[in-house]
Design a binder for this molecule. Structure first.
Ligand SMILES: [Ca+2]
Length: 518
Protein backbone atom coordinates (compact mmCIF):
# COMPACT_ATOMS: atom_id res chain seq x y z
CA UNK A 1 0.00 0.00 0.00
CA UNK A 2 1.47 3.27 -1.02
CA UNK A 3 1.65 5.72 1.82
CA UNK A 4 0.35 9.13 1.12
CA UNK A 5 3.52 11.12 1.54
CA UNK A 6 2.36 13.95 -0.65
CA UNK A 7 -0.59 14.70 1.55
CA UNK A 8 1.44 14.41 4.73
CA UNK A 9 4.11 16.69 3.32
CA UNK A 10 1.55 19.26 2.31
CA UNK A 11 -0.08 19.20 5.70
CA UNK A 12 3.26 19.66 7.38
CA UNK A 13 4.12 22.52 5.07
CA UNK A 14 0.86 24.37 5.31
CA UNK A 15 0.17 23.78 8.96
CA UNK A 16 -3.34 22.68 8.15
CA UNK A 17 -5.00 20.17 10.39
CA UNK A 18 -6.65 17.50 8.28
CA UNK A 19 -6.33 14.59 10.65
CA UNK A 20 -10.00 13.78 10.49
CA UNK A 21 -10.23 13.32 6.76
CA UNK A 22 -6.74 13.41 5.29
CA UNK A 23 -5.37 9.99 6.05
CA UNK A 24 -6.39 7.46 3.48
CA UNK A 25 -5.72 8.95 0.08
CA UNK A 26 -7.35 5.97 -1.57
CA UNK A 27 -9.01 6.50 -4.91
CA UNK A 28 -12.51 6.33 -3.51
CA UNK A 29 -11.98 9.66 -1.77
CA UNK A 30 -14.04 12.13 -3.82
CA UNK A 31 -12.13 15.08 -5.17
CA UNK A 32 -13.69 18.44 -4.35
CA UNK A 33 -15.86 20.11 -6.97
CA UNK A 34 -13.81 23.27 -7.36
CA UNK A 35 -13.98 25.14 -10.64
CA UNK A 36 -10.96 26.74 -12.27
CA UNK A 37 -12.49 30.13 -11.54
CA UNK A 38 -12.80 29.24 -7.87
CA UNK A 39 -9.22 27.99 -7.82
CA UNK A 40 -8.08 31.28 -9.32
CA UNK A 41 -10.08 33.26 -6.79
CA UNK A 42 -8.44 31.33 -3.97
CA UNK A 43 -4.93 32.03 -5.24
CA UNK A 44 -4.90 35.35 -7.10
CA UNK A 45 -2.73 37.90 -5.32
CA UNK A 46 -1.99 35.52 -2.45
CA UNK A 47 1.53 34.95 -1.12
CA UNK A 48 2.17 31.25 -0.57
CA UNK A 49 5.49 29.94 0.72
CA UNK A 50 7.01 33.29 -0.12
CA UNK A 51 5.75 33.41 -3.69
CA UNK A 52 3.19 36.02 -4.71
CA UNK A 53 0.81 34.41 -7.18
CA UNK A 54 -1.05 35.71 -10.20
CA UNK A 55 -3.90 33.58 -11.45
CA UNK A 56 -6.15 33.74 -14.50
CA UNK A 57 -8.73 31.29 -15.80
CA UNK A 58 -8.16 29.94 -19.31
CA UNK A 59 -11.16 28.75 -21.30
CA UNK A 60 -11.43 25.13 -22.38
CA UNK A 61 -10.11 24.07 -25.78
CA UNK A 62 -10.41 20.85 -27.74
CA UNK A 63 -7.29 19.57 -25.98
CA UNK A 64 -7.79 20.62 -22.37
CA UNK A 65 -10.53 21.57 -19.92
CA UNK A 66 -10.93 25.03 -18.41
CA UNK A 67 -8.02 25.63 -16.09
CA UNK A 68 -6.58 28.24 -13.77
CA UNK A 69 -3.13 29.38 -14.93
CA UNK A 70 -1.01 30.37 -11.95
CA UNK A 71 2.35 32.11 -12.11
CA UNK A 72 4.73 33.00 -9.34
CA UNK A 73 8.36 33.64 -8.44
CA UNK A 74 10.25 32.19 -5.51
CA UNK A 75 12.93 34.74 -4.60
CA UNK A 76 15.23 35.63 -6.06
CA UNK A 77 14.40 34.31 -9.53
CA UNK A 78 12.83 30.86 -9.54
CA UNK A 79 9.79 31.24 -11.78
CA UNK A 80 7.09 28.60 -11.92
CA UNK A 81 3.71 27.98 -13.49
CA UNK A 82 0.82 25.84 -12.39
CA UNK A 83 -2.31 24.81 -14.27
CA UNK A 84 -5.24 23.84 -12.09
CA UNK A 85 -8.09 22.24 -14.05
CA UNK A 86 -11.81 21.92 -13.64
CA UNK A 87 -12.69 18.34 -12.73
CA UNK A 88 -9.38 17.91 -10.93
CA UNK A 89 -8.42 14.25 -10.59
CA UNK A 90 -6.91 14.91 -7.17
CA UNK A 91 -3.31 14.45 -8.32
CA UNK A 92 -0.28 16.62 -9.09
CA UNK A 93 2.00 16.31 -12.14
CA UNK A 94 5.42 18.01 -12.20
CA UNK A 95 6.96 18.36 -15.67
CA UNK A 96 10.74 18.63 -16.04
CA UNK A 97 12.81 20.99 -18.15
CA UNK A 98 15.37 20.61 -20.93
CA UNK A 99 18.99 21.51 -21.65
CA UNK A 100 20.26 24.17 -19.27
CA UNK A 101 16.64 25.27 -18.75
CA UNK A 102 16.23 29.06 -18.43
CA UNK A 103 12.52 29.22 -19.26
CA UNK A 104 9.37 27.51 -18.08
CA UNK A 105 8.76 24.52 -20.39
CA UNK A 106 5.43 23.87 -22.04
CA UNK A 107 3.37 21.88 -19.58
CA UNK A 108 2.00 18.48 -20.56
CA UNK A 109 -1.37 18.86 -22.21
CA UNK A 110 -2.23 15.15 -21.88
CA UNK A 111 -1.68 15.35 -18.13
CA UNK A 112 -3.89 18.43 -17.86
CA UNK A 113 -6.50 16.78 -20.07
CA UNK A 114 -6.53 13.82 -17.70
CA UNK A 115 -7.33 16.17 -14.85
CA UNK A 116 -3.94 16.56 -13.23
CA UNK A 117 -2.90 19.82 -11.63
CA UNK A 118 0.39 20.48 -13.41
CA UNK A 119 3.48 22.48 -12.46
CA UNK A 120 6.82 23.38 -14.06
CA UNK A 121 9.60 25.92 -13.52
CA UNK A 122 12.55 27.61 -15.22
CA UNK A 123 14.81 26.03 -12.53
CA UNK A 124 15.94 29.38 -11.15
CA UNK A 125 17.55 31.39 -13.95
CA UNK A 126 16.47 32.95 -17.22
CA UNK A 127 18.23 32.53 -20.56
CA UNK A 128 18.95 30.12 -23.37
CA UNK A 129 18.72 26.38 -22.75
CA UNK A 130 22.08 26.17 -24.53
CA UNK A 131 23.86 28.46 -22.05
CA UNK A 132 25.36 27.64 -18.65
CA UNK A 133 26.51 31.23 -18.15
CA UNK A 134 24.41 31.41 -14.98
CA UNK A 135 26.65 28.83 -13.34
CA UNK A 136 29.81 30.94 -13.72
CA UNK A 137 28.58 33.82 -11.60
CA UNK A 138 25.61 32.57 -9.56
CA UNK A 139 26.34 29.65 -7.28
CA UNK A 140 22.78 29.51 -5.98
CA UNK A 141 21.39 29.38 -9.52
CA UNK A 142 23.77 26.50 -10.22
CA UNK A 143 22.48 24.66 -7.15
CA UNK A 144 18.86 25.29 -8.11
CA UNK A 145 19.52 24.00 -11.62
CA UNK A 146 21.39 20.98 -10.31
CA UNK A 147 18.96 19.67 -7.74
CA UNK A 148 17.19 22.22 -5.58
CA UNK A 149 14.58 23.77 -7.86
CA UNK A 150 12.29 20.73 -7.91
CA UNK A 151 11.86 20.27 -4.13
CA UNK A 152 11.68 24.05 -3.70
CA UNK A 153 8.90 24.48 -6.25
CA UNK A 154 7.12 21.41 -4.89
CA UNK A 155 6.79 23.08 -1.49
CA UNK A 156 4.95 25.99 -3.04
CA UNK A 157 2.98 23.81 -5.44
CA UNK A 158 1.66 21.53 -2.70
CA UNK A 159 0.55 24.47 -0.59
CA UNK A 160 -0.99 26.20 -3.58
CA UNK A 161 -2.97 23.16 -4.71
CA UNK A 162 -4.19 22.70 -1.17
CA UNK A 163 -5.27 26.34 -0.97
CA UNK A 164 -7.01 26.12 -4.33
CA UNK A 165 -8.93 22.86 -3.91
CA UNK A 166 -9.19 22.60 -0.14
CA UNK A 167 -7.30 19.32 0.06
CA UNK A 168 -3.74 18.37 -0.88
CA UNK A 169 -3.10 16.10 -3.86
CA UNK A 170 -3.57 12.40 -3.21
CA UNK A 171 -0.57 11.57 -5.41
CA UNK A 172 2.31 13.48 -6.95
CA UNK A 173 4.21 12.40 -10.05
CA UNK A 174 7.25 13.76 -11.89
CA UNK A 175 7.97 13.26 -15.59
CA UNK A 176 10.86 14.67 -17.58
CA UNK A 177 13.05 13.98 -20.59
CA UNK A 178 16.72 14.77 -21.21
CA UNK A 179 17.64 17.25 -18.48
CA UNK A 180 14.12 16.67 -17.22
CA UNK A 181 14.97 12.96 -17.03
CA UNK A 182 18.00 13.92 -14.98
CA UNK A 183 15.78 16.00 -12.71
CA UNK A 184 13.57 12.93 -12.37
CA UNK A 185 16.45 10.69 -11.26
CA UNK A 186 17.82 13.49 -9.06
CA UNK A 187 14.50 13.61 -7.22
CA UNK A 188 14.48 9.81 -6.90
CA UNK A 189 18.00 9.84 -5.45
CA UNK A 190 18.03 12.98 -3.32
CA UNK A 191 14.35 13.54 -2.44
CA UNK A 192 13.04 9.98 -2.24
CA UNK A 193 9.84 10.99 -0.44
CA UNK A 194 8.83 13.81 -2.75
CA UNK A 195 6.96 11.84 -5.46
CA UNK A 196 4.79 8.72 -5.50
CA UNK A 197 5.93 7.93 -9.03
CA UNK A 198 8.58 9.17 -11.43
CA UNK A 199 9.06 8.88 -15.20
CA UNK A 200 12.66 9.48 -16.34
CA UNK A 201 12.92 9.64 -20.12
CA UNK A 202 16.31 9.78 -21.90
CA UNK A 203 17.84 10.98 -18.63
CA UNK A 204 20.92 13.22 -18.82
CA UNK A 205 22.01 11.74 -15.53
CA UNK A 206 25.80 11.43 -15.98
CA UNK A 207 26.54 15.09 -16.73
CA UNK A 208 30.33 14.84 -16.32
CA UNK A 209 30.51 11.70 -18.44
CA UNK A 210 28.31 12.59 -21.39
CA UNK A 211 29.63 16.14 -21.61
CA UNK A 212 33.10 14.60 -21.80
CA UNK A 213 31.93 12.27 -24.55
CA UNK A 214 30.43 15.25 -26.40
CA UNK A 215 33.81 16.99 -26.12
CA UNK A 216 35.71 13.96 -27.42
CA UNK A 217 33.50 13.54 -30.47
CA UNK A 218 33.46 17.27 -31.21
CA UNK A 219 37.25 17.23 -31.26
CA UNK A 220 37.24 14.24 -33.62
CA UNK A 221 34.86 16.05 -35.98
CA UNK A 222 37.05 19.17 -35.87
CA UNK A 223 40.14 17.28 -37.06
CA UNK A 224 40.88 18.15 -40.71
CA UNK A 225 38.92 15.65 -42.79
CA UNK A 226 36.72 14.66 -39.87
CA UNK A 227 33.60 16.62 -40.77
CA UNK A 228 30.54 14.52 -41.64
CA UNK A 229 28.38 15.81 -44.49
CA UNK A 230 24.78 14.71 -44.95
CA UNK A 231 25.93 12.40 -47.74
CA UNK A 232 28.55 10.73 -45.53
CA UNK A 233 26.01 10.28 -42.75
CA UNK A 234 23.54 8.73 -45.19
CA UNK A 235 26.28 6.40 -46.45
CA UNK A 236 26.95 5.14 -42.93
CA UNK A 237 23.26 4.79 -42.06
CA UNK A 238 22.52 2.81 -45.22
CA UNK A 239 25.33 0.38 -44.46
CA UNK A 240 23.94 -0.23 -40.97
CA UNK A 241 20.41 -0.74 -42.29
CA UNK A 242 21.65 -3.12 -44.97
CA UNK A 243 23.39 -5.19 -42.32
CA UNK A 244 20.86 -5.11 -39.51
CA UNK A 245 17.35 -3.93 -40.43
CA UNK A 246 16.02 -7.44 -40.96
CA UNK A 247 17.45 -8.87 -37.74
CA UNK A 248 14.21 -7.95 -35.94
CA UNK A 249 12.03 -9.92 -38.37
CA UNK A 250 11.07 -7.06 -40.68
CA UNK A 251 12.81 -4.67 -43.06
CA UNK A 252 11.05 -1.48 -42.00
CA UNK A 253 13.90 1.01 -41.85
CA UNK A 254 14.46 0.54 -38.11
CA UNK A 255 17.04 -1.66 -36.40
CA UNK A 256 15.00 -2.82 -33.43
CA UNK A 257 17.45 -5.52 -32.31
CA UNK A 258 20.67 -3.56 -31.79
CA UNK A 259 22.30 -6.33 -29.78
CA UNK A 260 22.41 -8.47 -32.93
CA UNK A 261 23.82 -5.62 -34.98
CA UNK A 262 27.44 -6.32 -34.11
CA UNK A 263 30.45 -4.26 -35.26
CA UNK A 264 31.64 -7.30 -37.23
CA UNK A 265 28.34 -7.44 -39.07
CA UNK A 266 28.32 -3.73 -39.88
CA UNK A 267 32.04 -3.67 -40.68
CA UNK A 268 32.33 0.09 -40.95
CA UNK A 269 35.97 -0.31 -41.98
CA UNK A 270 34.74 -1.54 -45.36
CA UNK A 271 33.66 2.05 -46.06
CA UNK A 272 37.26 3.32 -45.74
CA UNK A 273 38.44 5.51 -48.59
CA UNK A 274 41.42 4.12 -50.45
CA UNK A 275 44.49 5.41 -48.67
CA UNK A 276 42.40 6.81 -45.81
CA UNK A 277 42.03 10.31 -47.22
CA UNK A 278 38.65 11.66 -48.27
CA UNK A 279 37.90 10.90 -51.91
CA UNK A 280 34.18 11.68 -51.98
CA UNK A 281 30.75 10.74 -50.74
CA UNK A 282 31.08 7.00 -51.29
CA UNK A 283 33.67 6.40 -48.56
CA UNK A 284 34.85 7.52 -45.11
CA UNK A 285 38.28 8.97 -44.40
CA UNK A 286 40.39 7.76 -41.50
CA UNK A 287 39.42 10.95 -39.66
CA UNK A 288 35.74 10.16 -40.22
CA UNK A 289 36.21 6.57 -39.11
CA UNK A 290 37.77 8.00 -35.94
CA UNK A 291 34.56 9.97 -35.39
CA UNK A 292 32.57 6.74 -35.65
CA UNK A 293 34.95 5.10 -33.16
CA UNK A 294 34.53 8.01 -30.73
CA UNK A 295 30.77 7.71 -31.09
CA UNK A 296 30.51 3.99 -30.49
CA UNK A 297 33.05 3.46 -27.72
CA UNK A 298 32.79 4.22 -24.02
CA UNK A 299 34.33 7.47 -22.79
CA UNK A 300 36.12 6.97 -19.47
CA UNK A 301 37.67 9.79 -17.45
CA UNK A 302 39.97 10.08 -14.46
CA UNK A 303 38.39 10.51 -11.05
CA UNK A 304 35.14 8.97 -9.91
CA UNK A 305 34.02 5.71 -11.46
CA UNK A 306 30.87 7.54 -12.52
CA UNK A 307 32.87 9.89 -14.80
CA UNK A 308 32.09 7.85 -17.89
CA UNK A 309 29.65 7.50 -20.75
CA UNK A 310 28.63 4.34 -22.58
CA UNK A 311 29.06 4.62 -26.35
CA UNK A 312 26.18 4.99 -28.78
CA UNK A 313 24.88 2.23 -31.06
CA UNK A 314 25.04 2.47 -34.80
CA UNK A 315 21.32 2.48 -35.52
CA UNK A 316 20.84 2.77 -39.25
CA UNK A 317 18.94 6.01 -38.68
CA UNK A 318 21.93 8.29 -38.25
CA UNK A 319 20.61 10.20 -41.27
CA UNK A 320 17.31 11.12 -39.63
CA UNK A 321 17.18 14.94 -39.37
CA UNK A 322 16.77 14.70 -35.60
CA UNK A 323 19.79 12.45 -35.18
CA UNK A 324 23.41 13.07 -36.26
CA UNK A 325 22.90 16.32 -38.17
CA UNK A 326 21.17 17.94 -35.22
CA UNK A 327 23.26 16.57 -32.39
CA UNK A 328 26.65 15.44 -33.60
CA UNK A 329 27.80 16.63 -37.00
CA UNK A 330 25.94 19.88 -37.59
CA UNK A 331 25.56 18.61 -41.17
CA UNK A 332 29.29 19.08 -41.75
CA UNK A 333 29.76 22.04 -39.37
CA UNK A 334 30.52 20.73 -35.89
CA UNK A 335 30.16 24.20 -34.34
CA UNK A 336 26.46 24.07 -35.22
CA UNK A 337 25.83 20.72 -33.53
CA UNK A 338 23.98 20.58 -30.21
CA UNK A 339 26.55 18.28 -28.60
CA UNK A 340 29.27 20.80 -29.46
CA UNK A 341 27.25 23.68 -28.05
CA UNK A 342 26.43 21.90 -24.78
CA UNK A 343 29.98 20.78 -24.06
CA UNK A 344 31.33 24.19 -25.08
CA UNK A 345 29.19 26.11 -22.59
CA UNK A 346 30.04 23.49 -19.95
CA UNK A 347 33.78 23.98 -20.45
CA UNK A 348 33.44 27.76 -20.35
CA UNK A 349 31.23 27.97 -17.27
CA UNK A 350 31.94 24.91 -15.12
CA UNK A 351 35.39 23.52 -15.96
CA UNK A 352 37.74 26.21 -17.30
CA UNK A 353 35.49 28.88 -15.73
CA UNK A 354 36.55 31.25 -18.49
CA UNK A 355 34.03 32.57 -21.04
CA UNK A 356 36.86 32.83 -23.57
CA UNK A 357 37.97 29.19 -23.20
CA UNK A 358 38.12 27.12 -26.38
CA UNK A 359 36.49 23.76 -25.74
CA UNK A 360 38.18 22.15 -28.75
CA UNK A 361 41.63 22.84 -27.32
CA UNK A 362 40.61 22.21 -23.70
CA UNK A 363 42.46 18.95 -23.09
CA UNK A 364 42.34 16.62 -21.43
CA UNK A 365 38.71 16.77 -20.33
CA UNK A 366 39.58 15.42 -16.89
CA UNK A 367 42.51 17.81 -16.19
CA UNK A 368 40.71 19.72 -13.43
CA UNK A 369 39.56 17.10 -10.96
CA UNK A 370 38.17 19.66 -8.52
CA UNK A 371 36.00 21.13 -11.25
CA UNK A 372 34.75 17.69 -12.34
CA UNK A 373 33.84 16.70 -8.79
CA UNK A 374 32.12 20.04 -8.26
CA UNK A 375 30.14 19.60 -11.48
CA UNK A 376 29.20 16.08 -10.45
CA UNK A 377 28.09 17.24 -6.99
CA UNK A 378 25.82 19.77 -8.63
CA UNK A 379 24.42 17.89 -11.60
CA UNK A 380 25.16 14.17 -11.59
CA UNK A 381 22.32 11.83 -10.68
CA UNK A 382 24.46 8.69 -10.84
CA UNK A 383 23.70 7.17 -7.43
CA UNK A 384 22.37 3.67 -8.17
CA UNK A 385 21.14 2.99 -4.63
CA UNK A 386 17.54 4.14 -4.76
CA UNK A 387 16.34 1.93 -1.92
CA UNK A 388 14.93 4.89 0.05
CA UNK A 389 12.69 5.70 -2.94
CA UNK A 390 11.68 2.09 -3.50
CA UNK A 391 11.14 1.40 0.18
CA UNK A 392 8.75 4.35 0.38
CA UNK A 393 6.50 2.49 -2.05
CA UNK A 394 7.20 4.76 -5.01
CA UNK A 395 7.57 3.54 -8.61
CA UNK A 396 10.04 4.48 -11.36
CA UNK A 397 9.63 4.12 -15.13
CA UNK A 398 12.63 4.80 -17.36
CA UNK A 399 12.35 5.20 -21.13
CA UNK A 400 14.87 5.90 -23.90
CA UNK A 401 14.62 6.24 -27.68
CA UNK A 402 16.75 3.72 -29.56
CA UNK A 403 17.89 6.32 -32.11
CA UNK A 404 18.75 8.98 -29.53
CA UNK A 405 21.78 10.85 -30.91
CA UNK A 406 21.89 13.22 -27.95
CA UNK A 407 22.22 10.79 -25.06
CA UNK A 408 23.21 7.15 -25.36
CA UNK A 409 20.55 4.54 -24.69
CA UNK A 410 23.43 2.34 -23.54
CA UNK A 411 24.19 4.88 -20.83
CA UNK A 412 20.69 4.60 -19.43
CA UNK A 413 20.96 0.81 -19.67
CA UNK A 414 24.18 1.10 -17.68
CA UNK A 415 22.45 3.09 -14.94
CA UNK A 416 19.62 0.58 -14.81
CA UNK A 417 22.09 -2.29 -14.48
CA UNK A 418 23.94 -0.48 -11.69
CA UNK A 419 20.67 0.32 -9.97
CA UNK A 420 19.45 -3.27 -10.21
CA UNK A 421 22.73 -4.44 -8.72
CA UNK A 422 22.48 -1.90 -5.89
CA UNK A 423 18.87 -2.55 -4.87
CA UNK A 424 18.61 -6.20 -5.86
CA UNK A 425 16.72 -7.61 -8.81
CA UNK A 426 13.62 -8.57 -6.82
CA UNK A 427 13.22 -5.05 -5.51
CA UNK A 428 14.03 -3.54 -8.90
CA UNK A 429 11.46 -5.75 -10.63
CA UNK A 430 8.84 -4.78 -8.06
CA UNK A 431 9.34 -1.03 -8.36
CA UNK A 432 11.13 -0.07 -11.58
CA UNK A 433 10.75 -0.55 -15.34
CA UNK A 434 12.97 0.39 -18.29
CA UNK A 435 11.61 0.62 -21.82
CA UNK A 436 13.46 1.27 -25.08
CA UNK A 437 11.60 2.56 -28.15
CA UNK A 438 13.51 1.53 -31.31
CA UNK A 439 14.03 4.15 -34.01
CA UNK A 440 13.00 7.03 -31.76
CA UNK A 441 15.14 10.17 -31.55
CA UNK A 442 15.95 12.23 -28.45
CA UNK A 443 12.71 12.39 -26.42
CA UNK A 444 10.59 11.84 -29.56
CA UNK A 445 10.55 11.98 -33.33
CA UNK A 446 12.46 9.75 -35.71
CA UNK A 447 11.14 6.83 -37.73
CA UNK A 448 10.09 4.75 -34.70
CA UNK A 449 6.90 4.70 -32.64
CA UNK A 450 7.54 7.52 -30.17
CA UNK A 451 4.28 7.97 -28.26
CA UNK A 452 3.35 5.90 -25.21
CA UNK A 453 1.09 6.73 -22.28
CA UNK A 454 3.65 6.21 -19.54
CA UNK A 455 1.73 8.45 -17.13
CA UNK A 456 -1.33 6.21 -17.10
CA UNK A 457 0.91 3.15 -16.71
CA UNK A 458 2.60 4.80 -13.73
CA UNK A 459 -0.69 5.89 -12.18
CA UNK A 460 -2.18 2.41 -12.49
CA UNK A 461 0.93 1.02 -10.82
CA UNK A 462 0.87 3.50 -7.95
CA UNK A 463 -2.86 3.60 -7.28
CA UNK A 464 -3.98 0.10 -8.22
CA UNK A 465 -0.77 -1.94 -7.91
CA UNK A 466 -1.08 -2.89 -11.59
CA UNK A 467 2.57 -3.27 -12.60
CA UNK A 468 3.31 -2.34 -16.21
CA UNK A 469 4.53 -5.07 -18.54
CA UNK A 470 4.51 -4.66 -22.31
CA UNK A 471 3.03 -1.27 -23.24
CA UNK A 472 2.05 0.18 -26.61
CA UNK A 473 4.02 2.68 -28.68
CA UNK A 474 2.35 4.61 -31.47
CA UNK A 475 3.50 6.79 -34.31
CA UNK A 476 1.13 9.62 -35.04
CA UNK A 477 0.89 12.02 -37.96
CA UNK A 478 0.68 15.78 -37.62
CA UNK A 479 -3.07 15.52 -37.16
CA UNK A 480 -2.73 13.07 -34.30
CA UNK A 481 -3.89 9.99 -36.20
CA UNK A 482 -2.04 6.75 -35.46
CA UNK A 483 -0.04 5.66 -38.52
CA UNK A 484 1.48 2.53 -37.00
CA UNK A 485 2.10 0.90 -33.62
CA UNK A 486 4.56 -1.39 -31.91
CA UNK A 487 4.70 -3.04 -28.51
CA UNK A 488 6.88 -1.05 -26.13
CA UNK A 489 9.04 -3.77 -24.63
CA UNK A 490 10.77 -3.91 -21.25
CA UNK A 491 14.52 -3.73 -21.89
CA UNK A 492 16.42 -5.77 -23.04
CA UNK A 493 13.52 -7.22 -25.02
CA UNK A 494 12.74 -5.77 -28.43
CA UNK A 495 9.66 -5.94 -30.68
CA UNK A 496 10.16 -8.79 -33.15
CA UNK A 497 7.84 -9.01 -36.14
CA UNK A 498 5.86 -12.26 -36.10
CA UNK A 499 3.10 -11.36 -38.57
CA UNK A 500 2.59 -12.37 -42.21
CA UNK A 501 5.40 -11.60 -44.62
CA UNK A 502 5.15 -8.78 -47.14
CA UNK A 503 1.96 -7.40 -45.62
CA UNK A 504 2.18 -3.64 -45.20
CA UNK A 505 -1.08 -3.40 -43.27
CA UNK A 506 -0.11 -6.15 -40.85
CA UNK A 507 3.27 -4.52 -40.26
CA UNK A 508 1.54 -1.46 -38.81
CA UNK A 509 -0.19 -3.39 -36.03
CA UNK A 510 1.43 -3.87 -32.65
CA UNK A 511 -0.29 -7.25 -32.32
CA UNK A 512 1.97 -8.61 -35.07
CA UNK A 513 5.09 -8.08 -32.96
CA UNK A 514 6.30 -10.04 -29.95
CA UNK A 515 8.64 -8.74 -27.29
CA UNK A 516 11.66 -11.02 -27.65
CA UNK A 517 14.99 -11.43 -25.96
CA UNK A 518 17.99 -10.47 -28.08
CA1 LIG B 1 13.66 -3.70 -38.79
Amino acid sequence: MTTNRTKLAAVALSGLLLSACGGSGDETTPTPAVTAQQACAALSGKTIAGATLSAVAVAASAAVPTYCKVNGTIAPSLNFEMRLPDAWNGKLYYGGGGGYDGSIPALSLPALAQGYATVASDSGHQGSALSAAFALTDTFAAQLFGSLSVPTVMSTALESVTAAYGVPPSRSYFEGCSNGGREALMAVQRNPNLFDGVIARAPAYNWVGFMGAFNRTAKALAVPGGAFSAAKTALLAQRVRDACDGLDGIVDGVVANPAACTPALVNVAALRCAGGTDTGDTCLSDAQLAVVASWTTDAVFAGSGSFRNAGWNLTGNEDDPGAWAAWETGGGNVAGALQFLFQDTTVKNYLARDPAANSLTYAPWDQNQNALYALAALNDATNPDIRPFINSGAKLILWHGGNDAALSVNSTAEYVANMRNAVGTTSADASTRFYVAPGVDHCGGGPGADTSDLLTALDQWVTKSVAPATLTAEKRDAGGAVTFARPLCPHPQYPRYTGPANDAAAAKLATNYTCSSP
